[in-house]
Write a protein that binds this ligand. Structure first.
Ligand code: SF4
Length: 487
């Protein structure tokens, strides 16, 4: 599962902090308004969609009221995410009164989950398009232009959009996502993703390198390699991961796994920072950690969802590792990369979770002391194995109380980790102004921790050495002591 920056937050691509001028083609006469919910994969997909539609006469607009086409890239990871989408669609009814020609389309995981039912349930919706069908948008838009509804929710065996150059939306001009895989073959019992994003397939490393090189040429300084489960990246000429066994000896001999891909990207642009998300502990191998240690420009940070600290619950979740194996992985990471930051995803209140299971989760967190985490109460998802086979039997009050305890413990550990940076000089890539003060820049260190410091004469995109003087549980505060060698 890709870490979500809080599913509840709506990002209106054309509004939110867009220092980089939106790509505009004077020949294009139609206006596209697109907003995304959920995980980074959805944001990256919206950039693919904007690119496909830029070739169909659409420029992106910031004004909903003037849009010819409004697209909502939806998330289905929790019930609340879907409710947020429905509330937003309701709001469009008022806009449609002043902009009657406007057409509305839904993209992403909720579109894939509901399919044509979405049209019945939400009358304002004209078009429903699943995550693998964005190249069919030109045909689908023609159908809705002719007054018919349009639906395409076919999941693909080989679509990776590797041949589509994303239009950078909502970009700070410094950091960008580059998707490397699509889909997921791990059937975690609580997760809707395998049903909404299909089987795992990896993108051609050459097209990944082209995109990274293009980003460097355009002044970007950091890329995040993106996938539901990046560790199981495996290129052997195209096709599904699960069919690798049927590949020829030559294909197997020349295949590229995630550790190899990381090294290829790091060597292609030695001054560019490389991050990746998201890993699954059962698929992460030592060679990935060794590749991270080998290259300065691969950031020392791993997002490593665990979901529970109880072996019994991990089994119920179909997470194919034990807490002991997870500890071993953490120990290896800390041995090979001593200053590596680690973050988590945690689900509390999974069906049948006892107080003892909850205590196992707290003791696992005590062992790892994560830098930060994304913690949610279990939300039953239609169609998942947990929904079909298990009763959602942990009372809401208990879920809330356990979630509170996990969040409080994470806050304490977060502060323990940020205090480790006090007095150190850290290399920071400036991403933009601090949310709290216009006189300060914000950026992140290699460990993905936010660092805030006075602006002086430094600029967005600079690599600056910052001496850390203070910290909160999530932020480091310091002063610049000069440009880094990577600037
Ligand atoms: S099935 Fe498991 S590994 Fe795959 S996206 Fe969902 S939580 Fe992540």
């Amino acid at each position: 599962m890709i870490k979500d920056e809080s599913v509840e937050k709506v990002i209106d691509e054309s509004q939110q902090g867009t220092p980089l001028a939106l790509q505009h083609n004077d020949k294009n006469t139609r206006k596209l308004y697109i907003e995304s919910y959920g995980c980074q994969m959805n944001f990256s997909d919206s950039e693919i969609v904007a690119s496909i539609l830029a070739n169909e006469g659409f420029n992106t607009t910031q004004l909903l009221e003037e849009a010819d086409l409004v697209l909502v890239n939806t998330c289905s990871i929790r019930e609340k995410a879907e409710q947020t989408v429905r509330k937003r669609l309701e709001k469009f009814n008022a806009v449609k009164k002043i902009n009657p020609g406007m057409k509305v389309g839904v993209l992403g995981c909720m579109a894939e989950r509901l399919k044509s039912k979405f049209l019945e349930e939400e009358k304002i919706v004209d078009m429903v398009v699943g995550p693998d069908a964005y190249k069919d948008l030109p045909n689908l838009i023609q159908e809705i232009d002719e007054g018919r509804n349009a639906v395409n929710v076919i999941l693909s065996k080989d679509e990776t959009y590797g041949d589509v150059a994303p239009v950078r939306l909502n970009s700070n001009g410094v950091t960008a996502f580059v998707s490397i895989t699509r889909g997921c073959d791990n059937m975690c019992t609580f997760c809707v993703v395998p049903f909404t994003r299909g089987r795992e397939r990896s993108r051609d490393p050459q097209s990944i390198l082209e995109e990274v090189n293009d980003l460097w040429e355009r002044g970007f300084k950091e890329v995040t390699l993106l996938g539901q489960n990046v560790d199981s990246y495996l290129w052997y000429g195209g096709g599904l991961k699960k069919d690798f066994e049927k590949a020829t000896e030559m294909q197997k001999a020349t295949s590229v796994n995630f550790a190899k891909l990381l090294e290829m990207v790091a060597e292609a642009q030695p001054k560019m920072r490389i991050r990746f998300s998201t890993s699954n502990p059962q698929d992460m191998t030592l060679d990935v950690i060794e590749s991270m240690a080998k290259y300065d420009n691969i950031c020392k940070y791993i997002h490593l969802p665990v979901q529970s600290g109880s072996n019994r619950i991990l089994k119920e979740m179909n997470r194919l590792h034990t807490r002991e194996e997870y500890f071993e992985l953490i120990d290896n990471i800390r041995k090979i990369i001593p200053d590596c930051a680690i973050s988590q995803d945690m689900i509390t209140g999974f069906p049948t979770e006892t107080e003892e299971d909850h205590q196992d989760t707290l003791s696992l967190m005590e062992y790892v002391k994560y830098d930060f985490g994304f913690m949610f109460a279990y939300s039953e998802r239609p169609g998942t194995l947990a929904e079909r086979k298990m009763e959602d039997d942990v009372p809401e009050e208990t879920k809330k109380r356990r979630l509170r305890e996990i969040i409080d413990l994470q806050q304490k550990h977060g502060h323990f980790r940020t205090r480790e940076h006090l007095g150190k000089v850290e290399e920071v890539l400036i991403e933009g102004p601090s949310k709290k003060s216009d006189a300060h820049w914000m950026g992140r260190n290699s460990q993905n921790t936010v660092v805030v410091f006075p602006k002086e004469n430094y600029q967005v995109g600079d690599f600056v050495n910052v001496k850390i003087n203070e910290c909160t549980s999530a932020t480091l505060i310091g002063e610049a002591v000069g440009y880094s060698k990577n600037n």
